[in-house]
Ligand binder design. Sequence first.
Ligand code: NOJ
Length: 548
Amino acid sequence: MSDRWYEKAVIYCLDIDVYADSDGDGVGDIRGLIGRLDYLARLGVTCLWLNPIHPSPDRDDGYDVEDFYNVDPRFGTLGDFAELLHQAGNRGIKVIIDLVVNHTSDKHPWFQSARSSPDSPYRDWYVWSETAPADRHQGMVFPGEQDETWTYDRTAKQWYYHRFYKFQPDLNIKNPRVREEIKKICAFWLQLGVAGFRMDAVPFIIEETEPGNPNSPKNLEFLSDLRQHIQWRKGDAVLLAEANVEPAELKHFFGDDGGSSNRIHMLFDFMLNGRLMLALARRNPEPIIEALRETPALPDGGQWATFLRNHDEVDLSRLTAEQRKDVFAEFGPDENMQLYGRGIRRRLAPMLGGDRRRVELAYALQFSLRGTPVLRYGEEIGMGDDLAQDGRNAIRTPMQWSGLPNGGFSTADPKDLVRPVISDPEYGYEQVNVTLQRHDPASLLSWFERMIRTLREAPEVGSGTCTHIDIPAPPGVLVHRADDRTGTMVFLHNLGPDDGVVDLHTLEPEAEFPNDVLADSDYPDPGKLDALPVKGYGYRWIRLRRKV
Ligand code: NOJ
């Protein structure tokens, strides 16, 4: 069995500022999170991914960093952070942090120095152009909120490059001192005890931007270099990257042409995410089958990270216009739910009309597919979104712990909260909260605990192979299997509303005491596998065999 921890991890992603506020100032903090570690351990989470923790003007939810060697004072101190690592470690939970080094905040002292004079030692840490680059209205990541990628700086008297918002000037990866600094930042946090990094915007980090060239070359070698560096500093540290690129390009992010995984360990599977949304919207598993078929083979040690929701909009940009139309129609019909023309700023439960069967189905499906599952905070209790908030903040509202004021997130005056707690009659904190669900064995939270426990007894899902079983099945039903040396699991997920029956008798010779380890209802014993009923929006995880 592989002992790569990240292949068997359950990753939970959270923003400290909206998770738990220990001192009543209205902003979540590290001590608040420490107080919730037992909750996370009980849920079965084995790794936390913290959205940016650094000091920041916070104009992009912390993705605009002002100091890479500290934590935001609103969250606590470096001492608190070390304590978090210790306390999490005591509970078997690793911590990875966002590494946002494509750009800095324009308030970062490096940029302030760089713009102040052509002789600044930091001038060449950023990307400049004497003249207005012809491609300055191309390549925007946030259309509607951003209208150029080059902005004229009056102090510097030059144009600077920013792939994202204009307050996020890009660092110049061509500069060896920048590359060394990135390695130093990683070494610093590894030394403190983090287990790795969620690397933000990797295709842009390695872009050797040339003014006027919208297809600037990419320095993929830097990824090999960084990997070697972090592995040398901490053998089992991981890089988990955001690289939403064309499928043909993906393999270069995992490793060089030598065939081993010597760059990024794990990539978010954006392609699968879009197809999952399409499959759920159409109530038809075909897009997932296609995704499984088209997934490039990964080098040994390379791993996908699967997700349904993250801290950004659901990104549908890799779907065709017609596919996108279907997903919008089903999950984001109002303009106010859509963002950047490509995405949906909603959480999963409201997208699925609050239908508990479909929420379970969607998460059972995600967690059973190949790769390491990543779960966004609040999804485990079926939190909703707040469309009155700007842009992506709709899905960044405070965690709903209880029916107490502010949902138990903070004792501050509601007007001082970092963001309002959801209080509508359907998804508000009085109806949807941890405390209520903890006491209810039939709640979504209790279901998540069971599902994650079951997954952790099935190492073949994270570490093994995942294959679609191509047999005649009712139209809504996806049948797939996971195999490794420890055993085999078979999965039925019915994305459609109609009950169906699946005949899997061809697998009978492989089966030893097949049994349902997780299912939406009580089904008859799988027997000879020749007539396996699965309800509309139902699912069955069947253990076929287990080797000891
Ligand atoms: C990707 C992050 O997920 C997003 O939230 C952020 O705005 C951009 N990168 C810029 O850092």
